[in-house]
Design a protein. Structure first.
Length: 86
């Protein structure tokens, strides 16, 4: 499990929403991540350039389903992690 430091959080503006993001470097992300007391599971990735409406729509669907997103940005991709507890 990837342990993340809350001091690395910054907002990612997406179509009128702000989603928590952490920019990381290195190998591909883990399937699970922990930020504070909250655990997240990897769901899917999107290209940084050209994510268009797909990433905001996906995030909006997850929020409506009661999930909390966390985006890890690595090089040219956004990796979306979700948790079901708010």
């Amino acid at each position: 499990m990837l342990e993340l430091d809350e001091s690395l959080l910054e907002p990612l503006a997406l179509d009128g929403m702000e989603v928590p993001r952490i920019r990381l470097h290195g190998p591909p992300p883990y399937t699970q991540a922990r930020l504070g007391e909250r655990e997240y599971r990897y769901e899917r990735s999107f290209p940084v350039k050209g994510h268009g409406a797909k990433l905001p729509d996906f995030i909006r669907e997850q929020l409506e389903a009661g999930k909390t997103p966390l985006v890890l940005e690595r090089e040219s991709r956004f990796y979306v992690y979700l948790t079901s507890s708010r």
